[in-house]
Design a protein around this ligand. Structure first.
Ligand code: C5P
Length: 233
C-alpha cells in the first residue's frame, strides 16, 4: 500500500484582499503553500505529493519546490476551474493502484501537523475513507434566506455536527470511481468527502484542531502567524 497526497492550489482567493492568490502569501517568511508541502513531506510514508496550480503559476511553483528541496517527491500539475477539477487533474496524474491511499489537503491550511496526517492515513487504512473534522462548539442554526435576511428554520443539535477540514483521505479506487461518477453527473462538491458520501460510502472522522485553519479572509494570516509563533517544534 502506497500513500499519495494531492494539494489543490489553483484557487484565485477572491475572498481575500489583494491580487496575490492566498496560497502564495507569506506566513512567517515562507509562502503558505510551502508550509503545507513541508508538513506532508515530513510524513515518511507519503511517496509523492501532487500540487495542482494554475497554468501561469507552474514555473514559479516548480522553482519554489526546487528551492525548498522538495523536487524528488513533489510534482506540479495544472489545476482546473473548480477545486474538484483541480483534484481530478492531479488524480489522473497519480501512479496509484486500487489499494493505495490518496490524501487531499487544501494548500491554504498551512498549519496541518504531522500527527494529524498520520492519524488520517491510519483511519483510511481501517475504514477506506476518513476526513479531519472539528466538532462544533457554536449552536448551529438552519436558515432560510429571504429578501429581509436570514430566518431561522431549526436548530441542529451540535453533537451531530462536525466542520469538515482537510486532509481528506480515501482508498484510490473509491475516490477515482466517486469522482468520475460525479463528473459524469455534473455534480460539483466543495470537498472530496461530499463526492464519496454521494456514492453511499461511509467516511470516518478524525479529530481536527482550530489551528488547522483555512486561510480565507483578512485577519486569518495574523491568526496563523500567532499559532505559528506558539509552535514548539
Ligand atoms: O476556494 P477554497 O477556499 O475552497 O479553496 C480551497 C483549496 O482549493 C485552495 O487551496 C485553493 O487553491 C484550491 N482550489 C483549486 N482550484 C480551484 C479552486 C480552488 O485548486 N479552481
Amino acid at each position: 500500500m502506497q500513500v499519495f497526497a494531492i494539494l489543490p492550489a489553483a484557487g484565485l482567493g477572491t475572498r481575500m484582499a489583494g491580487p496575490q492568490p492566498k496560497q502564495f502569501l507569506s506566513l512567517g517568511g515562507l509562502p503558505i503553500l510551502i508550509h503545507s508541502l513541508r508538513a506532508f513531506a515530513s510524513v515518511e510514508r507519503i511517496k509523492a505529493i501532487y500540487v495542482a496550480v494554475r497554468k501561469t503559476e507552474i514555473d514559479r511553483v516548480q522553482a519554489q519546490v526546487s528551492e525548498h528541496g522538495f523536487s524528488d517527491r513533489v510534482h506540479v500539475v495544472e489545476g482546473g476551474d473548480t477545486r474538484q477539477e483541480s483534484v481530478v487533474h492531479a488524480l489522473n496524474a497519480l501512479p496509484a493502484g486500487p489499494d493505495d491511499i490518496v490524501l487531499v489537503h487544501d494548500a491554504v491550511r498551512p498549519l496541518i501537523d504531522k500527527a494529524t496526517i498520520e492519524r488520517t492515513i491510519d483511519a483510511v487504512a481501517q475504514h477506506g475513507a476518513a476526513i479531519v473534522g472539528l466538532p462544533a462548539v457554536d449552536t448551529i442554526k438552519q436558515v432560510e434566506r429571504t429578501a429581509h435576511g436570514a430566518l431561522i428554520t431549526s436548530t441542529i443539535p451540535r453533537e451531530f455536527i462536525v466542520q469538515a477540514q482537510t486532509p481528506q483521505g480515501f482508498r484510490y479506487d473509491l475516490l477515482q470511481k466517486a469522482m468520475s461518477d460525479a463528473v459524469e453527473d455534473g455534480f460539483v462538491g466543495t470537498d472530496e468527502a461530499s463526492v464519496v458520501e454521494r456514492a453511499g460510502l461511509p467516511v470516518a472522522v478524525v479529530h481536527g484542531s482550530q489551528v488547522n485553519l483555512k486561510i480565507t479572509q483578512p485577519g486569518d494570516i495574523e491568526l496563523a502567524e500567532f499559532y505559528l509563533s506558539q509552535r514548539t517544534h
